[in-house]
Design a protein around this ligand. Structure first.
Ligand SMILES: *[C@@H]1O[C@H](CO)[C@@H](O)[C@H](O)[C@H]1NC(C)=O
Ligand SMILES: *[C@@H]1O[C@H](CO)[C@@H](O)[C@H](O)[C@H]1NC(C)=O
Ligand SMILES: *[C@@H]1O[C@H](CO)[C@@H](O)[C@H](O)[C@H]1NC(C)=O
Length: 180
């Protein structure tokens, strides 16, 4: 026999997986109301929305305007500011930043770093453990933030580093307000 039953089953599975992926990508392009989302955009969005769903908060939507704004920010920090964090005091969007040594981070790795702060956050009284910060996590799960856009730049110096910025609209982290 030229083709075993097993490989036939595998081929069928692959075809249905491809169909499923096609349907999923059509779904996300319809949601965004424009071009299909890049795989990076989908990964940033998925990682955020998993962290939000874990605490019963609705999903974010990808915003091309925020993605463009974060792209301009990371390129500016790379080209002019030696890849340091951007000063986003009084910025009109909420923002999370990640600086990483040892090469680029995947979108999921970046978001998971931010979500690590969750262990220090107490939702019961909306406080953060002493000597820790929770604002990066609370922005990820901020219920009133509805749109997300992220970008990363890789900085080649003595060692490879990267900077990732995600922007959130409307911004979160209002003092005295609980994220959800
Ligand atoms: C984002 O940038 C792309 C590429 O420069 C441009 O075509 C698009 O119109 C921009 N979108 C928004 C919403 O600013
Ligand atoms: C960031 O910018 C604000 C003004 O927008 C300024 O007051 C502050 O000193 C700056 N912080 C740093 C670290 O440069
Ligand atoms: C917080 O950090 C300060 C200074 O490093 C230290 O003196 C204090 O014991 C720390 N508190 C806790 C609860 O770890």
């Amino acid at each position: 026999m030229s083709s075993s039953p097993t490989s036939f089953v595998q081929a069928v599975l692959l075809v249905s997986l491809a169909t499923l992926l096609l349907i999923l990508s059509l779904g996300s392009s319809a949601e965004a109301g424009g071009a299909p989302l890049s795989s990076e955009a989908q990964e940033y969005l998925q990682a955020h929305n998993e962290a939000r769903a874990a605490v019963g908060v609705g999903p974010l939507e990808w915003s091309e305007a925020l993605a463009n704004a974060s792209g301009r920010l990371v390129r500016y920090q790379r080209n002019r500011m030696s890849c340091q964090f951007a000063n986003l005091t009084n910025f009109r969007y909420g923002a999370n930043q990640l600086w990483a040594g040892g090469g680029p981070e995947t979108p999921r790795m970046a978001v998971e770093k931010w979500v690590e702060e969750k262990q220090y956050y107490s939702h019961a009284d909306n406080t953060c453990a002493p000597n820790h910060t929770c604002g990066v996590y609370t922005q990820v799960v901020w219920r009133k933030s509805l749109q997300l856009g992220c970008a990363q730049a890789t900085c080649l110096k003595k060692v490879q580093t990267s900077i990732t910025i995600c922007l959130y609209n409307p911004p979160g982290n209002y003092v005295g307000e609980s994220p959800y």
